[in-house]
Design a protein around this ligand. Structure first.
Ligand code: PGA
Length: 249
């Protein structure tokens, strides 16, 4: 992967067919020369993937899914979608390990299986890790992060197609972000763990959790961060554009 700054729009369970119109301005922005090192990835709900792929076809914007089933081929799993189907519809990326899915049953082992299947399907992975408030208060953050990395990536030889997104659970959707100094330390720690255990060519680490146009200027001071995973603010084109512009200027 190149030295891009990543902006992932995680739309979660929001959006309908009309909402696609709102990405028009982001598509125009992505064509500007000043954005040549910027990689924008839209991750809408499954129902909109195909429309997003069509709409972004003539731009540098990529599309990703927000999750998939752990089974790597077709099967009798009502209501589920596997990584091959995600790839087949034209997605290049997939978010795995998001805390909202960990909360409803995705264990490290399940996430590991999903990552393997997505890699096999030739998808690039946005692998989310992060501690809960309780774990932070109990000073377990480093232990938790290390565990999630080692277990989630267990046995994976080529991790060059994996981008890690550090998302403290207590920061998601709350308006709270970590102190800049602390965040920098955590990012450096994550990089060290990944480098020690997996020797990637280059580790890419994003930050996610309440990123908005107001706090992005302070977040971007951390040079070790390779971009942002944006939830709520990414559903509003003006806010998302503002975040991108403030990060690169
Ligand atoms: P948020 O979500 O930006 O709304 O906090 C981030 C995420 O869950 O990926």
């Amino acid at each position: 992967m190149t030295n891009n700054i990543y902006f992932i729009a995680n739309w979660k369970m929001y959006g309908n067919i009309e909402s696609i119109k709102t990405i028009k301005n982001v598509i125009s922005l992505s064509k500007k020369r000043s954005l040549k090192n910027v990689k924008i990835i839209y991750c809408p709900p499954y129902t909109l993937l195909s429309e997003f792929v069509k709409k972004t076809k003539k731009s540098s914007i990529s599309v990703g899914a927000q999750n998939c089933h752990q089974h790597s081929s077709f099967g009798s799993f009502t209501g589920s979608i596997n990584s091959l189907m995600v790839k087949n519809i034209g997605c290049e990326y997939i978010i795995l390990g998001h805390s909202e899915n960990r909360k409803i049953g995705d264990t490290d082992k399940v996430i590991n299986t999903k990552i393997r299947s997505a890699l096999k399907a030739n998808l690039k992975i946005i692998f989310c890790i992060g501690e809960t408030l309780k774990e932070k208060k109990n000073k377990q953050t480093k232990k938790i992060l290390k565990n999630q990395i080692i277990k989630g990536l267990k046995g994976i030889k080529n991790i060059n197609n994996i981008i890690i997104s550090y998302e403290p659970v207590w920061s998601i959707g709350t308006g709270l972000i970590p102190k800049i100094d602390d965040l920098k330390k955590k990012i450096i720690f994550i990089k060290k763990v990944v480098n020690n255990y997996f020797q990637p060519k280059k580790t890419k680490i994003l930050y996610g959790g309440s990123v908005n146009p107001k706090n992005v200027k302070s977040l971007k001071q951390i040079k070790q961060i390779n971009g942002f995973l944006v939830g709520g603010a990414s559903q509003n084109d003006k806010k998302f554009i503002d975040i991108i512009q403030k990060s690169i200027n």
